[in-house]
Design a protein around this ligand. Structure first.
Ligand SMILES: Cc1cc2nc3c(=O)[nH]c(=O)nc-3n(C[C@H](O)[C@H](O)[C@H](O)COP(=O)(O)O)c2cc1C
Length: 314
């Protein structure tokens, strides 16, 4: 890595995966950034590498009853249950506005209860213009069926990814479940079934109880844990997955500062996503872009993409 202090443009934060060029590695994570349009007034969307919209299903979904969120030590529990407006309404009501915005990268997160659901949702989304890629959520821990089942069973994962690959007219990012024994195995299955990239981690299955009332803190009883509490586990999983596959890995889990991004990239990530941090500070994603720029200047990093997989072992 060389550094040219007189470079007028500053460090090059650009990264590329699955043929998609991002101006920096920071992507807002699905479920924590609405459909993008809701953040238009608080974040300069064009400053982000990109954003992933809330998980879209074939039909609209109401999600789970409240309480659905609970703050834990250094983390957050959620059991939203994939509430969303449905793929068709996304095309009709949200995408037209997103298409008016210049210089942004929109990734559509897709969810289903069955293989056919994924197929139908992707078929609908294929009709829309201005979507850079699909992120296949096969890892949601908060639904009665589907979701995590696909991401935890190698055969089911293979089938759903192969189906999506067949129908998809766009690059396919697969988000396997972290609630498995071997993330390397699941990453390899996704790669062999046709994924262009892997994104991880989704939330970890967890729960909290109110000792006074003796009731669960979340109506669904179990929920997904995210935020800084999961970062060391996420980092290990990104490391394991990136060693197992040749396709790029997009890392996430507890990122709340620029230095976290550096750690994920050193572990093997090509790009990263930021989720829960946007709950604490809606401007977090944009602020971390600025912080990352400064970090690279201070540490004389000329080209950030050179950090991927660069952890030193001795
Ligand atoms: C409230 C909430 C809703 C989420 N909804 C989705 C979703 O619809 N699809 C999905 O793939 N991941 C979803 N996630 C998982 C995040 O995209 C991300 O994988 C996870 O939160 C870890 O990153 P973080 O620690 O930065 O939040 C959701 C997370 C939260 C906190």
């Amino acid at each position: 890595m060389t550094f040219s202090p007189d470079r007028a443009r500053g460090p090059d934060l650009g990264v590329t995966f699955a043929g998609i060029q991002l101006k920096n590695p920071i992507i807002a994570a699905s479920g924590t950034f609405g459909y993008g349009v809701e953040f238009e007034d608080v974040v300069h969307l064009h400053k982000l590498g990109g954003f992933v919209v809330k998980g879209l299903s074939k039909e609209p979904m109401a999600g789970n009853p409240p309480p659905r969120l609970y703050e834990t030590a250094a983390g957050m529990l959620n059991a939203i249950g994939l509430q969303n407006i449905g793929a068709r309404a996304f095309l009709d009501e949200k995408l037209p506005r997103l298409r008016q915005l210049k210089d942004i990268v929109v990734i559509a997160n897709v969810f289903g209860y069955t293989r056919e659901d994924y197929e139908s949702a992707i078929q609908i989304l294929n009709e829309g213009e201005g979507i850079a890629a699909y992120e296949l959520n096969v890892s949601c821990p908060n639904t009665g069926s589907g979701g995590m089942q696909f991401g935890c069973d190698a055969r089911a994962l293979d089938e759903v990814v192969a189906t999506a690959r067949h129908i998809s007219q766009r690059p396919l990012i697969v988000k396997p479940s972290p609630n498995v024994t071997s993330i390397a195995q699941m990453a390899r299955v996704a790669e062999e079934a046709g994924a262009d990239a892997i994104s991880l981690v989704n939330t970890f299955l967890a729960m909290a109880i109110d000792a006074e009332t003796r009731k669960p803190r979340i109506s669904n009883v179990t929920a997904g844990l995210s935020g800084p509490a999961i970062k060391p586990i996420a980092l290990r999983m990104v490391y394991d997955a990136s060693k197992a596959v040749k396709i790029p890995v997009i890392g996430m889990g507890g990122i709340s500062a620029a230095v976290d991004i550096i750690e994920f990239m050193l572990a093997g990530a090509t790009a990263v996503q930021i989720g829960t941090a946007s709950y604490w500070d809606p401007c977090a994603t944009e602020k971390i872009v600025d912080e990352l720029q400064e970090w690279c200047v201070e540490h004389k990093i000329d080209r950030i993409s050179g950090l991927t997989g660069g952890m030193l072992l001795d």
